[in-house]
Design a protein around this ligand. Structure first.
Ligand SMILES: *Cc1c(COP(=O)(O)O)cnc(C)c1O
Length: 463
């Protein structure tokens, strides 16, 4: 029986029919991306949820599996690669990055060691250098390629925890947290949920966070930051998830450096401002931090999932994420496992390499600028339509509201159901807001116009 299975697999691998079929479906999905609804119909979601009621005893052939996958789930997919999906901060996909992903997924490289994939090790080295250059980070900065900012932030703070305790004569790897000298964590009230999560995962405790007030724009009030010292992690952000605000790195990083504190910058989508001439001023002084995190799957528009941690203290990052085993062979070449928490890991840097090779420095600048220009257009047209901006828009993000929270909620729900565009809601200083993140290269001026029209129509209908 098992020989039968192997024979079938060999034949399928040789004729690659399932692969060809999957590719045809993928092509069609991409072709209709600009016309498909941004959010699936309830009926399609219902079909996907009810799809597989039991695990079959006997399997089916590969072609049928691909057909069924397409039929049951593709219509339930969120169309974030189209031009009118503005939910959360969800990047579109550059065609070249999609193609690179398909190809490199087929290579199926495992990236922990140079030994397990010399190609992955090489491409990580190249991307580390390119990104460091793009963001203007110090030359000693190293990078780790992880699943997203959640993990990248965790890595940056793990390095900080290791170094700050090591300076006080405490080896966190060996001794653990019990009895350790206490560390301080300072963060803005608008810190992202994943920053708070990293604090909990690292055992630092959210009750210990010294929260700093932010202005209504979401920026840390620099004069409200308590005195810093060499036991402190200061957690800043480049791009608030709602309004896009950037903290004042120039002032805050200088303060931290004077005190010997460790600054981590959460720049999930906003770090990319540093790569665009017109927006680089937002990140001024950021290169004086100790660690940074960003996503490639947001602003750079690579496929999910792809995030990067940067750290200028290589020893701290490598030691904090250290693992040993007699079967793990290390050499002089890059072993990716020292820069990330995982051992086995997909070689995501291929996607980054493809995106950056395609765009070049000018193209990255253009892409970032395009997203910001579309967001500005949205802000202008939505204001002209009589909606109120909840804060000065920044970078590729904006928030707006109606006269009352009830109206804001109703308008948002009507637009989400209408299917012309899709946005999410949030709370901003006690008020319900609709948040718009322009994060796909595919969003055109016409897409913005249609989306603003959808909000106008929904309000008119309710009024
Ligand atoms: C999206 C986001 C994160 C989390 O990133 P993931 O890639 O989803 O893990 C963290 N911080 C900010 C500001 C974000 O926008």
């Amino acid at each position: 029986m098992s020989d039968d299975l192997q024979q079938r697999l060999l034949e399928e691998q040789q004729d690659a029919r399932a692969l060809t079929r999957a590719f045809e479906y993928a092509k069609a999905f991409v072709e209709y991306a600009s016309t498909r609804r941004p959010y699936p119909y309830e009926t399609a979601i219902g079909k996907a949820r009810g799809a597989t009621s039991h695990l079959p005893q006997r399997g089916q052939d590969a072609d049928s599996v691909i057909d069924e996958l397409q039929e049951k789930f593709s219509n339930a997919c969120v169309n974030s690669i189209g031009g009118r999906y503005f939910g959360f901060v969800t990047g579109g996909v550059l065609p070249v990055a999609r193609a690179a992903r398909l190809l490199s997924d087929t290579w199926d490289q495992n990236a922990p060691l140079f030994r397990t994939s010399p190609a992955a090790s090489a491409v990580e080295d190249i991307c580390e250098d390119w990104l460091r250059t793009l963001f203007g980070l110090p030359p000693e900065t190293v990078a780790g390629f992880v699943s997203g900012s959640s993990l990248a932030i965790y890595c940056g703070l793990a390095a900080a925890r290791w170094r700050l305790l090591q300076r006080q004569g405490w080896d966190i790897n060996a001794k653990g947290l019990a009895g350790a000298p206490s560390l301080r964590v300072i963060a803005g009230e608008q810190a992202h949920a994943t920053v708070v999560k990293a604090v909990t995962l690292l055992g630092l405790g959210t009750d210990n966070i010294e929260w700093v007030e932010t202005g209504r724009d979401g920026r840390i009030a620099t004069d409200k930051v308590p005195p810093l010292d060499e036991r402190t992690m200061l957690l800043l952000q480049a791009g608030n998830v709602n309004g896009g605000a950037f903290d004042d790195f120039k002032i805050l990083c200088a303060k931290a450096n004077d005190a010997g504190a460790w600054v981590h910058v959460d720049g999930a989508f906003g770090l990319w401002a540093a790569a665009a001439k017109q927006y680089a001023h937002l990140t001024e002084g950021m290169n004086n931090a100790m660690s940074w995190s960003c996503d490639a799957h947001k602003t750079l528009n690579t496929p999910y999932d792809c995030g990067v941690v940067f750290c200028r203290d290589r020893e701290a990052l490598n030691t904090a994420l250290h693992a040993t085993g007699s079967y793990l062979e290390h050499g002089a070449d890059r072993d990716g496992m020292f820069f990330t928490p995982e051992l086995s890991r997909r070689a995501r840097a291929f996607d980054v390499w493809a995106a950056l090779s395609y765009l070049g420095r000018d193209g990255v600048d253009n892409l970032v600028s395009l997203l910001c220009e579309r967001a500005s257009q949205f802000a202008q047209e939505i204001t002209e339509a009589g909606f109120e901006l909840a804060a000065e828009p920044s970078f590729n993000q904006l928030m707006f509201a109606c006269k009352s929270d009830e109206e804001t909620n109703s308008v948002l729900r009507a637009v989400q159901e209408g299917g012309e565009c899709w946005a999410a809601g949030a709370e901003w200083f006690g008020r319900r807001v609709i948040r718009i993140s322009v994060c796909s290269w595919a969003t055109t001026p016409e897409d913005i116009k249609r989306s603003v029209d959808a909000f106008k129509a929904a309000r008119a209908e309710l009024g």
